[in-house]
Design a binder for this molecule. Structure first.
Ligand code: PLP
Length: 381
């Protein structure tokens, strides 16, 4: 099946008791057993819930994976992956990670004795310099947030396979519509389903997808033991969001392209980060591993101070100033004080997250209104 058909149908059958076309919200914590242990595959909803199962199967299909697990948040999914490790193990990851991942790695897992190397991944070969006998896992994010650098997933996977390391890709920014890391050799794909998958900024959720039965069993065991499970209502909302993922992503990409080009041509704009530009340093890799370039764009204005950047961020009428991304509505964000505030200033600035950087999540509104909004806001600084 093709992507759009899977987005609408995968994992979903008419309800066996009523024929309902839409997967019911199975709002139950427990299930009847005919005799102890004899049940229809569901015993207690921390382990499994049918609404969640439908969602997990749909997500797995979209990432060309055999197995899927849905979580109460993206961070809940990340936490579960990290619990595969034990004290003394080492992880190699990027130096411009999602702020919440950086915070979890340094503040939660380092004290448990896991070591993280935050390195430049633009050249995948750099990873070789950090591998030793304790290295267990490589965690990458691409495109990176917020400077839209691209990591070559196939190249990293080659190194991971040669050294028998588990490769995890946070595919939140691209979504499975633009990029399928498992096809490029990743072992686990992680998503914050809060973003493009849910698509309507009305739910917090995460997901892990894999082809490896043993990894899946270990992850499912940790999830059931530790409890980061999503509820049936939230599972239903993401399942509904997925039905238009392909339509929304197409519109995000079209609007993203228009906004990126508009900003690049604007006399007050200094720099635009968007992997679709031929002069983007990783454009060729983006073209190779992504189907299009998405609706995430960051930019700097000329001679900007923190004050003028705040003024610009507050001058929009269609774009809303808010954290998060990937919803149908356009958002603007000031990474240094919002999404990336938990990263120390020196670390942040090394990764290009300067005080004058703004990030856009371009929504699916009429592009003329988005460009007019940028025009009037930029006229105010
Ligand atoms: C939002 C986000 C997360 C965290 O997901 P939550 O659903 O907010 O817990 C992880 N990685 C990336 C790239 C994100 O954008």
């Amino acid at each position: 099946m093709k992507f759009g058909t899977k987005a609408i149908h995968a994992g979903q059958e008419p309800d066996p008791t009523t024929g309902a076309i839409m997967t019911p919200i199975y709002q139950t914590s427990t299930y009847w057993q005919e005799s102890p242990g004899k049940h229809k595959g569901y015993a207690y909803a921390r382990g499994k819930n049918p609404t969640r199962t439908a969602l997990e199967d749909c997500l797995a299909a979209l990432e060309n994976a055999k197995f899927g697990l849905a979580f109460s948040s993206g961070m809940g999914a990340t936490d579960t992956v990290m619990k595969l490790l034990k004290p003394g193990d080492e992880v190699i990851t990027g130096n411009d990670l999602y702020g919440g991942s950086y915070r979890m790695f340094t503040k939660v897992f380092e004290p448990y004795g896991i070591k993280f190397h935050f390195i430049d991944l633009e050249d995948a070969e750099n990873i070789q310099n950090y591998i030793n006998s304790n290295t267990k896992l490589i965690w990458i994010e691409t495109p990176t947030n917020p400077t839209m650098r691209i990591v070559d997933i196939a190249a990293v996977s080659k190194i991971a396979k040669a050294k028998q390391l588990t490769l995890v890709v946070d595919n939140t920014f691209a979504s499975p519509y633009l990029q399928n890391p498992i096809d490029l050799g990743a072992d686990i794909v992680m998503h914050s389903a809060t973003k493009y998958l849910g698509g309507h900024s009305d739910v917090i959720m995460g997901a892990l997808l894999t082809n490896d039965k043993e990894l899946y069993d270990r992850l499912a065991f940790i999830q059931n033991s530790c409890g980061a499970v999503p509820g049936p209502m939230d599972s239903f909302l993401v399942l509904r969001g997925l039905k238009t993922l392909h339509l929304r992503m197409k519109a995000h990409c079209e609007n993203g392209r228009k906004v990126a080009k508009y900003l690049k041509a604007h006399p007050k704009v200094e720099l635009v980060y968007w992997p679709g530009f031929t002069d983007h340093p990783n454009h060729e890799i983006a073209k190779k591993q992504m189907r299009d370039f998405g609706g995430m764009i960051s930019f700097l204005t000329k001679g900007a101070t923190l004050e003028s950047t705040f003024k610009l961020a507050s001058s929009f009428k269609v774009f809303s100033l808010a954290e998060s991304l990937g919803g149908v509505e356009s958002l603007i964000n000031h990474p240094a004080t919002m999404t990336h505030a938990s990263i120390p200033k020196t670390e942040r600035e090394k990764a290009g997250v300067t005080d004058n950087l703004l990030r856009l999540s371009v929504g699916v509104e009429d592009s003329e209104d988005l460009l007019a909004d940028l025009e009037q806001a930029l006229a105010k600084i």
